[in-house]
Ligand binder design. Structure first.
Ligand code: NDP
Ligand code: RET
Length: 447
């Protein structure tokens, strides 16, 4: 009953499940927490009375509730006079074509020129996009130094797909022992096998079971980790502490994006549960190992979409309302507040923690977005042309994990391997502290 004795923010329901946790749920919740407002934490912070989320009205169009679609009024029907369109959408009289009356007219010639120009522009655009894709910038911010991470152990969550996979590939190439923390062993082993093959094909020495000498590729290890289960996170950390003598870099990368309302095994809203709470517990349980391996680093993958989130303490579990975009943004804002609070707590330990946004990257993250089948090819084309590749998107993660340039830098927010400014709401220290306190209670790690 540490919830009551140590931090008086929540009370635990002694009779099992909090009624707010009884919605559609993949797993029945094992415990429930109810916030108590206007009470004092052990740190002496008085939690305010619940307030309504002040910014709900301000979300950009995609975050706002859908307005009913107004039907366009049909234009009045035209008479069927000669030369007048019968279509209700083309009310203007049609001009008679003079083509054929002694060569192309000026308007016809102009139309031809415009068509040719449009075709050339389209061709040029396609060539430019293709060039950008195939010979585009392939920045290597970890440096070309293939031994840079030799002797270092890196844990990457969600390393079987997208950014995590690309980050693993690059750090492996730099010589690190990479532990892939993944929820599905089969998918993770398949990704690990592909990564090993790719490295061998690229002419690298190939990762073996022993850490190589400087200049050699590192080693890949798969471990099971489901961030939607506190039990799994604990079991994973226990295994890490038993088997790994050191941990130099932790990359909190795994994420879930705009899923329908679902709950984690422990009854938390899925996006907040996986993106924030699972990583919160993971990091806390591995802090001792990170400290004993110092200088060491923690890298947190957030998103620019944090801007549309708010930490609405009165409904952290989204029982009152669920907006999948808001909840994703809230979880990504939580990633940033967590980073900043952790950086403050880690001052003087030689363990740094930084947070990043990768840009818009073509990965499997959009798996819960429903795109009609017919529009999908267009979406694929647009994403192929305009989104970053996973390798491009992973550059900032690799940079923060390995570059000597950020030695000692902590509590900062990065994009494209450069520090960026944050909105005031992501720098609010009292919100960060309160979120930390409540997260400790939610995951059950009050000391
Ligand atoms: N792609 C983009 O444009 C952007 C991505 N990001 C962030 O980048 C990070 C990586 O996402 P990205 O590579 O794009 O997406 P992917 O979907 O390709 O990768 C996400 C990874 O997270 C894993 N994961 C999801 N749920 C869990 C869980 N419960 N336990 C353990 N692992 C889990 C997935 O595992 P599995 O394959 O088994 O589902 C997968 O390995 C995320 O944090 C995302 O929010 C931020 C901004 C933009
Ligand atoms: C690529 C792609 C898709 C889109 C994914 C998107 C749009 C992901 C955006 C993620 C962002 C911006 C996260 C920010 O944190 C679809 C629609 C699934 C269709 C298939 C290809």
């Amino acid at each position: 009953m540490y919830g009551i004795c140590k931090l008086k923010i929540f009370i635990r329901h002694s009779h099992g499940v909090d009624p707010r946790y009884s919605g559609a749920c993949a797993h029945p919740p094992r415990s429930g927490w109810r916030p108590l407002h206007g009470v004092t934490t052990t740190q002496g912070a008085v939690l305010p009375q619940p307030i309504r989320c002040p910014r709900k009205e301000n979300y950009k169009s995609q975050y706002a509730p859908r307005r009913p679609v107004r039907r366009r009024k049909a234009a009045p029907q035209n008479s069927s006079r000669a030369g007048v369109s019968l279509s209700p959408w083309r009310a203007r009289p049609l001009r008679k074509s003079r083509a054929g009356a002694g060569g192309p007219s000026a308007p016809a010639a102009m139309a031809l020129v415009a068509t040719v120009a449009a075709l050339l522009a389209a061709l040029g655009g396609a060539l430019w996009l293709a060039a950008r894709r195939f010979v585009g910038p392939s920045v290597r911010h970890g440096g070309g130094d293939s031994g840079l991470m030799h002797g270092k152990t890196v844990l990457i969550t969600g390393a079987n797909s997208g950014l995590g996979r690309a980050t693993a590939a690059e750090l492996l190439r730099l010589g690190a022992r990479v532990i892939m923390g993944c929820r599905d062993r089969a998918r993770a082993e398949e990704a690990a096998g592909q990564l090993r093959r790719e490295l061998r094909q690229a002419g690298g020495p190939g990762p073996g079971s022993d850490a190589g000498e400087a200049g050699e590729a590192g080693e890949l290890v798969v471990k099971e980790l489901d961030l939607a289960s506190l039990r799994s996170v604990r079991a994973f950390c226990q295994e890490m502490l038993q088997e790994e003598p050191r941990l130099d870099v932790l990359i909190n990368n795994a994420g879930i994006f705009q899923c329908p309302y679902m709950k984690t095994e422990d009854g938390f809203e899925m996006q907040f549960g996986v993106n924030h709470l699972g990583h919160f517990l993971l990091t806390n349980l591995l802090l001792g190992l990170l400290k004993s391996s110092a200088p060491s680093r923690i890298v947190v993958v957030s998103s620019k979409l944090y801007k549309y989130g708010d930490i609405n303490f009165e409904d952290l579990n989204s029982e009152q309302s669920y907006n999948k975009s808001f909840c994703y943004s809230r979880s990504k804002l939580a990633n940033i507040l967590f980073t900043r609070e952790l950086a403050r707590r880690l001052e003087g330990t030689n363990v740094t923690v930084n947070v990043l946004h990768p840009g818009i990257v073509r990965t499997n993250l959009g798996r819960h977005i429903h795109i009609p089948l017919l529009v999908k090819p267009l979406f694929n084309l647009v994403s192929w042309a305009f989104f970053k590749t996973p390798v491009e998107g992973a550059q900032t993660s690799v940079y923060l994990a390995s570059s000597p340039e950020v030695e000692g830098v902590s509590g900062k927010y990065f994009g494209d391997c450069k520090e960026e400014a944050l909105l005031p709401k992501a720098m609010d220290e009292s919100v960060a502290r309160k979120l930390w306190d409540i997260s400790e209670v939610m995951v059950g790690i009050l000391k």
